[in-house]
Ligand binder design. Structure first.
Ligand SMILES: O=C(O)C1=C[C@@H](OP(=O)(O)O)[C@@H](O)[C@H](O)C1
Ligand SMILES: C=C(OP(=O)(O)O)C(=O)O
Length: 420
């Protein structure tokens, strides 16, 4: 747990960056490769704690994954009969996506994770796996740890779940649906469903493997069938590009993020509209998206419901703007790696800020910030937010910088290089 002095940068940055692969895409591709008909390859996978946990989970269910630096080769799961234990760490994609995969097997599979993982919402996954026909032994806690006991007669069919706490409940069922003899019809019941682009990403990946998915508002039909093997190259993680994009705005400089896809389902593509909302500019130059600013940042009023994982960096920008901001539609962030609304308010206020929690977001009034230790609560994106603030706040120290290993182990080195 290293306290890490964040680099300060008052001169405008002029930088080129290339961001490692997308967590969300890597972990979907791994699951679909493990459920596919044949061997497949993933080029430039993200190598991080969350993707290592996913690979290990799928291997323990019977997949084979051969890891070379820039390419992983995956042979599909052959389920065994021995009980299995899976460590989900703090990875939402592992704790939500793998239990329905376990329901396709024969043996009991026990899931657990970090202490905070036991507090993250799991009701949609547990209800979904039960509706798939498996038993789930969760000691009536509706959270990790629990054991999935597959049943031989599971056929799929109709499932209604409340996914207002996490889109991952829906993605998880979509990923396995084709493997059940009757396919799956999934209906979301409850308040608004967050993180729509992540559901789109799941559907795109399924369709690219020949799976028929009919999508309506709040309901999806996955037709039964084979999941084709497909070799893919992972896009850079556009959410993890966030702190680098923000650095252009905070320093009044220019950052070129290379390999920015022309067309993508990633939530992080939203930097295209978030940056102009703060008064910055965005343009494409060849393979890069170029983010720049030459004025003070303006306050914003943004609904981040669809792109909630961008909130910590957006909040850091808002705290450095020249007027108040409101961030809405993100009550579900209370169930992320930490309660992100409480954590952002507490840590920015500890530096002299004025952040208040609302029912569904944050109200941020910029104040002069001073030196201090910024707590990160095992949350990689709290560390990203701290690094962004540190550009403008001398003496800011990021607690437990290693937490960035969840999705971006080289973040401290790449950030140091950026600010050199
Ligand atoms: O499916 C995914 O890869 C993700 C979906 C979103 O989860 P929620 O819908 O729980 O916010 C997002 O915040 C998370 O970082 C990754
Ligand atoms: C919410 C996040 O992660 P997870 O996949 O663990 O839900 C995130 O990365 O912002």
């Amino acid at each position: 747990m290293t306290d890490w002095p964040a680099p300060v940068r008052s001169r405008p940055l002029e930088a080129d960056v290339t961001i490692p692969g997308s967590k969300s895409l890597t972990n979907r591709v791994l699951v679909l490769a493990a459920l596919g008909e044949d061997e497949s390859r993933v080029e430039r996978p993200l190598v991080s704690r969350d993707t290592d946990l996913m690979a290990a989970a799928l291997e323990s269910l019977g997949a084979q994954i051969e890891r070379q630096a820039q390419q992983w080769t995956i042979r599909p799961i052959e389920f065994g009969d021995a009980p299995v234990e899976i460590d989900c760490g703090l990875a939402g994609t592992v704790m939500r996506f793998v239990p329905p995969v376990a329901a396709l097997g024969h043996a009991p599979v026990t899931f657990d994770g970090d202490p905070r993982a036991r507090e993250r919402p799991m009701t949609g996954t547990i209800a979904g796996v039960r509706a798939l026909g498996a038993e789930v032994d969760d000691h009536d806690r509706a959270s990790l740890p629990f054991t999935v006991r597959p049943q031989p007669d599971a056929r799929g069919g109709e499932i209604a779940i409340d996914a207002s706490a996490s889109s991952q409940f829906v993605s998880a069922l979509l990923l396995v649906g084709a493997r059940f003899p009757d396919g799956l019809r999934i209906r979301h019941i409850g308040d608004a469903l967050p993180s729509q682009p992540h559901i789109e990403m799941t559907i795109t990946q399924l369709r690219e493997r020949g799976v028929r998915v009919d999508a309506e508002t709040s309901s999806w039909t996955v037709h039964p069938g084979l999941i084709a093997a497909r070799d893919v190259t992972i896009e850079p993680d556009l959410s993890n590009a966030g702190p680098f994009v923000a650095a252009a705005l905070v320093t009044g400089g220019r950052v070129r993020v290379h390999q920015w896809p022309e067309d993508t389902d990633q939530a992080g593509d939203a930097w295209r509209w978030i940056v102009p909302a703060f008064g910055g500019s965005v343009h494409r130059d060849d393979d890069a998206l170029v983010f720049s600013s030459d004025t003070a940042l303006t306050g914003v009023d943004l609904d981040l419901h669809d792109v909630g994982e961008l909130t910590p960096v957006v909040a850091a920008l808002a705290a450095l703007a020249d007027g108040p901001s409101t961030l809405r539609g993100i009550a579900h962030l209370r169930g992320h790696e930490t309660d992100r609304l409480a954590a952002l308010a507490t840590e920015i206020n500890a530096l002299g800020g004025e952040v208040t929690e609302t029912a569904d977001g944050l109200r941020i009034v910029p104040r002069p910030l001073h030196a201090g230790v910024f707590g990160t609560y095992h949350d990689h994106r709290m560390a990203h937010a701290a690094a962004v603030l540190g550009l403008a706040v001398p003496g800011l120290v990021v607690a437990d910088i290693e937490t960035t290993a969840k999705t971006y182990p080289d973040f401290p080195a790449d950030w140091t290089e950026l600010c050199r």
